[in-house]
Design a protein around this ligand. Structure first.
Ligand code: FES
Length: 652
C-alpha cells in the first residue's frame, strides 16, 4: 500500500492508513488499547499519545518530524487550559501524515497494568466493570415522539457501539433535568455487564464529567473486615481501611457463631444484621478517607470463608456445622447492593468469588487468583493460616485444596500468655545458647528487650503477652536450645541447664518475662501451651502432607505463607516446629494478604472473574476428615519437628 504505515508501541500493532486519519481512529481499527471518554471530541484528554519524533528509523520504518499533522486549535486550547506534556499529542486530533511510530503511555491504556511487585504473583491488568462515556444526545422532537432514555441509548449505540443498555428507576428519576442542563451533552457511567446482565447506566452527569467511579475489594474475615477502595479508571487504591467484625460478640471463632445460630431462633439473622452494619460503617469511613461520594461506588467484590459467606448473605450456616458440610452454593454470585442492604450506589454490583468446598471458601479462591498456583511451573504449597488453615498445592498440571482445623492457638488463643497481635505483644524471640535466657521484641518497639532504652520505649503499657508469631518463635527456639524435647516436654532445670524451667504442677514451665515488680504480667510457657501449638502445627502439617500424598510427591519446590499472620511468621522457626514441609528457606515466602489482593484483582479485572471460576471448578478438593492418612500424619507431626519425616534440608 502507498498509504503511510502506522506502528503502535508497546503492542506492536500496525497498519496502513490514508493521510489525514486521526490516530485514535487508526488505533480503534487495529484494536489498539487507547482510552477515550469524549469519543474524539478533544475534551477528555484520555487519548494522549507520544509520537516518535525526529528523523530516524524505528521498527524498520523511517519516521520524520512531519509524520503527524501540526497542532490544531483543539489541542492548542487544551494545552493552554489544562496543560499537556511537550512530547504528548491528543490521539483524536493528531492525524497521520507519513510513516509514524506511536507510543501509547500506560495512563492512556484502558487495560493498563496496575503495579504489583512480586515476581511469582499474578499482575493486575485493569479491565474495569464500569466506564465513562461522553455522548451527544438528539433533542426531543414533536415529530419523533421518543423518550429521552431511548435517544440516550441510541447515542450510546451510535457513538460507542454499546447495545441493549438498561437503566434503573433511580436513573430515570434524575435523567431529564441532567440532559437539559448539559445541553443534550452528558457523561454516562455504564456498567458493561456480564454474561448474566446487560450493560446498565449507573450514573449520569451534565456535560463532560472529569471524574471517576469506584469499587471496593472486601476481605470479610471472621475477626476483621478489611477493604480497599479503588478508582475504576486508574486502578489506584485510594484508601484502605478495616474494622473488627461486629459478630465477634456472638463468638470469637466460627464454630461458636454457628452454634449461636443453632441455639437462637433469630441468631443467624442477628449476626447478618451485625456484619452488614459493620460493613456499612466501614464503607462510610473509607469513602470519607478517600474524599469520594459513597453513591459512586458501583462495584464491590467480596471474599470470605464459607461461614462468613453464608452469614453475610443471610443464609443460615447450619449445614456448615455438620458433616458433610454442604454449602448452599459454591458458585460465584452476582448480586446488587440492594439485595444485601449495602449503603453504596443503589444498583452497585456485588460479586462473590466462588467457594472451593465446605471448608475452603472464597478467600482461598482469592488466594488462588492472587498466587496463581495453576500457572506455576514449580510445585507450590500455599498455606493461609487462620483458625482454619486453607491449603493449596499445585502447579500447571493440577491444583489440590484442603482445609485443616488448626484452631485458634496461632492467634494466641488458648495459650496461657497468648494475645492478639497488638502493641505490647512479644512477636520475635531469640534464646541465648549458653544462658538459655530469652531476648525478644514486642509489637510497637524496634528494640530488643536487652537493648538500652527498651523499657523507656515500651512505656507504661509494657510487655503484655505473646502473639501467634511470637509463640511459634518461642517454641522453636526452646526446641533448638534443648528446653523442650522432640515429643514436646519441657525439661527440668537439671535436664536443660536453665533455672528458668520450674515445676508448675505436674510438668515444667519456662519463665519468659517477669514484670510483676512493675505491676506487669509474669509470662511463662507452660507444657500445656506447647501441647496447643503441637496440635495446631500438626493439623497444618498433616493437611499439607496429605495433599503431597495425593499429588504423589514428598517434596515441594516452594512454600507461600498467605494471610496477615503468614506475613509475620519466621520461615526458619516454622520449619523447626515442623509446621510446614522441609524446603530451602529462601523458597519460603510471604504473600501478605493474598485474599485481599485476589479480591482487588477480581474487582479491577472483570475478565479474571470467569477465569477464577474455571480454575476453582478444576481444583481437586480433598476432605481431610475422611482420610485415614491424615490421622497418621497428624500423630507423626505432633513431635517437633516430626516423628518420622527427616527434614534433611532444615538439618543441613
Ligand atoms: Fe477525548 Fe481525545 S478522545 S480528548
Amino acid at each position: 500500500s502507498s498509504d503511510p504505515l502506522v506502528i503502535f508501541t508497546p503492542s506492536g500493532k500496525r497498519g496502513h492508513f490514508p493521510v489525514g486519519t486521526p490516530i485514535l481512529t487508526a488505533a480503534r481499527q487495529l484494536g489498539v488499547d487507547l482510552d477515550s471518554v469524549c469519543g474524539g471530541r478533544g475534551i477528555c484528554s484520555k487519548c494522549q499519545i507520544t509520537p516518535g519524533y525526529g528523523e530516524f528509523s524505528k521498527h524498520g520504518v523511517t519516521v520524520r518530524d512531519d509524520a503527524l499533522s501540526d497542532w490544531n486549535a483543539v489541542e492548542q486550547r487544551y494545552k493552554d487550559k489544562r496543560g499537556l506534556k511537550d512530547d504528548r499529542r491528543l490521539g483524536c486530533q493528531a492525524t497521520v501524515q507519513g510513516n509514524v511510530v506511536i507510543d501509547v503511555p500506560p495512563e492512556s491504556q484502558v487495560h493498563k497494568q496496575v503495579v504489583r511487585k512480586r515476581a511469582e504473583a499474578r499482575d493486575i491488568v485493569l479491565h474495569p466493570s464500569t466506564r465513562l462515556f461522553y455522548v451527544e444526545v438528539a433533542e426531543p422532537d414533536m415529530h419523533d415522539p421518543s423518550g429521552d432514555l431511548e435517544r440516550l441509548c441510541d447515542a450510546l449505540r451510535e457513538q460507542w457501539q454499546l447495545d441493549n443498555v438498561h437503566a434503573d428507576l433511580h436513573i430515570l428519576q434524575t435523567m431529564q433535568p441532567i440532559l437539559r442542563k448539559g445541553g443534550w451533552k452528558v457523561t454516562v457511567a455504564v456498567h458493561l455487564g456480564d454474561d448474566q446482565n446487560p450493560p446498565r447506566i449507573m450514573q449520569i452527569w451534565p456535560g463532560y464529567h472529569d471524574g471517576s467511579v469506584y469499587g471496593l475489594a472486601v476481605d470479610l474475615g471472621s475477626t476483621t473486615i478489611a477493604a480497599h477502595l479503588c478508582d475504576l479508571q486508574t486502578g489506584a487504591v485510594l484508601a484502605s481501611s478495616g474494622v473488627m467484625n461486629p459478630q465477634i460478640r456472638f463468638g470469637e471463632d466460627l464454630m461458636s457463631r454457628v452454634s449461636y445460630s443453632m441455639m437462637n431462633p433469630k441468631g443467624a439473622e442477628e449476626m447478618t444484621r451485625a456484619v452488614r452494619d459493620g460493613m456499612n460503617g466501614l464503607f462510610t469511613q473509607i469513602a470519607a478517607e478517600a474524599g469520594i461520594d459513597k453513591a459512586l461506588i458501583v462495584d464491590a467484590v467480596f471474599v470470605c470463608n464459607p461461614v462468613m459467606h453464608h452469614l453475610f448473605l443471610g443464609i443460615d450456616p447450619f449445614e456448615l456445622g455438620q458433616a458433610p458440610f454442604a454449602l448452599t452454593t459454591s458458585n460465584a454470585l452476582r448480586l446488587r447492593s440492594g439485595d444485601l442492604g449495602l449503603d453504596i450506589h443503589p444498583s452497585a454490583r456485588v460479586y462473590f468469588l466462588p467457594c472451593i468446598a465446605g471448608h475452603v471458601g472464597a478467600d482461598a479462591a482469592a488466594v488462588a487468583l492472587s498466587e496463581a498456583p495453576d500457572k506455576s511451573d514449580d510445585l507450590v504449597l500455599i498455606v493461609d493460616v487462620g483458625t482454619n488453615a486453607e491449603i493449596l498445592l499445585g502447579n500447571r498440571e493440577k491444583v489440590l485444596a484442603c482445609s485443616s482445623p488448626t484452631g485458634p492457638a496461632f492467634e494466641g488463643a488458648q495459650i496461657s500468655a497468648g494475645q492478639r497481635a497488638a502493641p505490647g505483644a512479644i512477636e520475635r524471640v531469640e534464646i541465648d545458647p549458653v544462658s538459655k535466657a530469652p531476648r525478644f521484641k514486642v509489637i510497637g518497639s524496634d528494640l530488643w528487650s536487652d537493648e538500652p532504652g527498651f523499657d523507656a520505649e515500651i512505656g507504661a503499657s509494657g510487655v503484655t503477652g505473646i502473639c501467634g508469631s511470637g509463640i511459634i518463635e518461642m517454641v522453636a527456639e526452646m526446641r533448638i536450645h534443648g528446653i523442650v524435647d522432640a515429643p514436646g516436654l519441657i525439661g527440668s532445670p537439671e535436664q536443660t541447664g536453665s533455672d528458668r524451667c520450674f515445676l508448675d504442677g505436674r510438668t515444667y514451665s519456662y519463665l519468659v518475662f517477669d514484670g510483676t515488680a512493675q505491676g506487669g504480667p509474669r509470662i511463662t510457657i507452660t507444657n500445656r501451651d506447647i501441647r496447643e501449638i503441637q496440635m495446631a502445627k500438626a493439623a497444618l502439617y498433616s493437611g499439607a502432607r496429605l495433599l503431597m500424598d495425593k499429588f504423589g510427591v514428598d517434596r515441594v519446590d516452594r512454600v507461600v505463607l498467605a494471610g496477615a499472620f503468614g506475613a509475620h511468621i519466621s520461615p526458619k522457626h516454622a520449619m523447626v516446629l515442623g509446621m510446614i514441609p522441609d524446603a530451602p528457606l529462601d523458597k519460603v515466602t510471604s504473600a501478605g494478604n493474598a485474599a485481599g489482593t485476589g479480591a482487588r484483582i477480581a474487582l479491577l479485572n472483570t475478565a479474571a472473574r470467569a477465569e477464577i471460576e474455571a480454575t476453582v471448578r478444576a481444583i481437586h478438593k480433598v476432605e481431610t476428615a475422611i482420610e485415614p492418612r491424615f490421622q497418621e500424619h497428624f500423630v507423626n507431626a505432633s513431635a517437633i519437628p516430626n516423628a518420622v519425616e527427616p527434614f534433611p534440608i532444615l538439618r543441613s
